[in-house]
Design a binder for this molecule. Structure first.
Ligand SMILES: O=C[C@H](O)COP(=O)(O)O
Length: 257
């Protein structure tokens, strides 16, 4: 991948989750290509695995700024072999993936994925030279009990002892995902500062870090969220499926620079 200065840019990563079809993907991605002239924003698209190659091929015309191809998950197994249904980090790289989401709360919720598996996946991603984007965030119960930082610190502990110096994290309070409820400015600022401090203390002060906010980001609230200190971008679910909404979020990121 052309890494240019992505560690200084605002990232806007669309996570399509289990949505999309060949024809509609094509139309959305081709419209988004007009944003390849937008400097200072790192744009990423995260389609279902089966559409990765389609998206990668569609964003291949690189103008000023590439659109990055991101994957929603990866196998915990690093070597090829008899793992039916799995896709390795090396295969992801082979089809042009740049960034891989790890530990999305929907992976924990529906597939019971825990820290040990996430750590294996991060190591596999790093081994093939791609960027892991670790998703962290507390449940509603954890926030109500005042244990939100404890929960996030535990999730971030998967980074401990890693040699890499490039870390991307998405803070996604579970109660804000797909609910229309957005964390308020104080909650976001406080947690993003905490994540910065934790990651730098785990991995060294010279680490490159991007901390994105995720959870009901849309065209109406994006500008406000991007103006919160230590918000380096957004991981966008539902609003990334509609061109107008996603384009407005990219524009808000650009204006925030
Ligand atoms: O990966 C994206 C997040 O889960 C946020 O989803 P959402 O924007 O639909 O709330």
């Amino acid at each position: 991948m052309a890494e240019s200065n992505i560690w200084q840019q605002k990232w806007v990563i669309g996570n399509w989750k289990m949505n999309g079809q060949l024809q509609e993907n094509n139309s959305l991605v081709h419209k988004l290509r007009s944003f390849q002239t937008v400097p200072n924003v790192c744009i990423g698209i995260t389609p279902p695995t089966v559409y990765l190659l389609q998206v990668h091929n569609a964003v291949q015309i690189v103008l000023n700024n590439p659109i990055y191809t991101c994957a929603q998950d990866v196998s915990r197994f690093s070597e090829k072999g008899a793992y039916t249904g799995e896709v390795s980090a090396e295969m992801m790289r082979d089809v042009g993936v740049d960034i891989i989401l790890i530990g999305h709360s929907e992976r924990s919720l529906y597939f019971n994925e825990k820290n040990d598996v996430q750590r294996q996946k991060i190591e596999n991603v790093l081994k093939v030279g791609l960027i892991p984007l670790l998703c962290v965030g507390e449940s509603l119960k954890e926030r109500e009990d005042g244990r939100e930082k404890e929960a996030v610190a535990y999730q971030l502990s998967v980074f401990k002892g890693l040699k890499t110096k490039n870390f991307a994290i998405a803070y996604e309070p579970v109660w804000a995902i797909g609910t229309g409820k957005v964390a308020n400015r104080e909650q976001i600022a406080d947690m993003h500062q905490f994540i910065y401090d934790e990651v730098l203390s785990l991995c060294g002060n010279d680490a490159n870090i991007r901390v994105l906010y995720g959870g009901s980001v849309n065209d109406k609230n994006a500008a406000d969220i991007f103006s919160v200190p230590h918000v380096d971008g957004a991981l966008v679910g539902g609003a990334s499926l509609k061109y107008e909404a996603f384009a407005a979020i990219i524009n808000a990121a650009q204006a925030a620079e």
